[in-house]
Design a protein around this ligand. Structure first.
Ligand code: DGY
Length: 323
């Protein structure tokens, strides 16, 4: 008999065909993403769960007595209660590597948008505000040859550094828990302590994963260290930043601009003050959201799920849950 799996994330027909070959699957059919409550109602018989973004909490696991595997369609797994999963012996997997280039592309898009005020000027044109040539008050800043500071030098950090260095001839430094001598040599990066990186960079890009150590690692104190001309780009997790302090830094001119793919609370509310500021570019957490990459992630998540359900070692077990 095939193991039972609940597929809470939308998948392509190719991924569905693969899943159906190996599991008895039930699929979420709603047009919107499934909520936690809806998910909890559907897990009574599931041995496997393929999911994207929902909280995997003690409470949710309580409604899933037969669950053996949670396969996340994401590289980040901060939404998984690892202790709860560990104590129930649940295998957790994720999808690293396949999205690195795509997230790096988006990071560059955000940096360019913040530098050249792309969304602000897009809105100006659309609203009929383009009467003649724009004046200095709407000029941007150069990306080429500027100083880029990357916080978090994992695989995506390296991809961003490569694009910045070889595409835009930027002067790239990084801060990371551990130094990466190989990346330093290969990409010509310099390592800086966090405070120095903040003080020297024209663009600060945050790519560190959300962990208890990185939570709110950027707040009022860190913004004060940054140049008043600097732009802050966050493609990691919103909870790594004190969002109220970011709003204040942008309002007061402590920093020049921000470009964000992630927020403390997602989806971001229309009342969030960040959405009222012209010097902020906002995107709806789309780091990996190209059709090709999301399909690769879904296929990898499906393979992880099947391998684990059949008692084999899946390719990408969440590192903290490895035996
Ligand atoms: C992930 O997979 O964790 C990323 O946030 C996707 O954008």
């Amino acid at each position: 008999m095939k193991p039972k799996a609940y597929i809470a994330s939308k998948v392509s027909s190719e991924v569905k065909e693969y899943l159906d070959q190996h599991c008895e699957c039930e699929y979420w059919q709603g047009a919107e993403a499934i909520t936690g409550a809806q998910l909890a109602e559907r897990l009574a018989d599931a041995e496997g769960l393929l999911v994207s973004g929902n909280a995997i909490s003690e409470r949710l696991l309580g409604s899933a007595p037969k669950l053996r595997v949670v396969s996340n369609v994401s590289v980040g797994y901060n939404n998984n209660d690892l202790n709860a999963m560990r104590s129930r012996g649940i295998i957790g997997t994720h999808t690293p590597y396949v999205l690195d280039d795509t997230v790096a592309d988006l990071t560059l898009a955000l940096m360019l948008a913040a530098a050249r005020r792309v969304t602000e000027l897009h809105n100006l044109v659309r609203s009929g505000g383009w009467q003649r040539g724009i004046g200095p008050s709407l000029f941007g800043v150069d990306v080429h040859h500027a100083k880029l500071g990357i916080i978090g030098m994992g695989r995506i950090g390296e991809m961003v550094a490569k694009r910045a260095k070889f595409g835009f001839d930027m002067d790239v430094s990084y801060y990371n828990r551990n130094r990466k001598p190989e990346a330093e040599q290969k990409l010509g990066l310099s390592y800086l302590p966090l405070n120095e990186l903040l003080a020297q960079s024209d663009f600060v890009v945050l790519l560190a994963p959300l962990t208890p150590e990185t939570k709110r690692m950027i707040g009022a104190e860190q913004f004060t260290l940054m140049k008043p001309t600097a732009a802050f780009i966050n493609v990691s997790r919103g909870e790594n930043v004190d969002e109220a302090a970011l709003v204040e830094a942008l309002r007061s001119g402590t920093i020049r601009a921000a470009a964000l793919d992630v927020y403390e609370k997602e989806p971001v509310s229309v009342d969030n003050p960040l959405l009222q500021l012209d010097n902020v570019v906002t995107l709806p957490h789309i780091g990996s959201a190209t059709a090709a990459t999301r399909n690769r992630m879904a296929m990898l998540a499906a393979e992880n799920l099947v391998e684990a359900l059949y008692g084999r070692e899946p390719k990408y077990v969440i590192p903290e849950l490895k035996a």
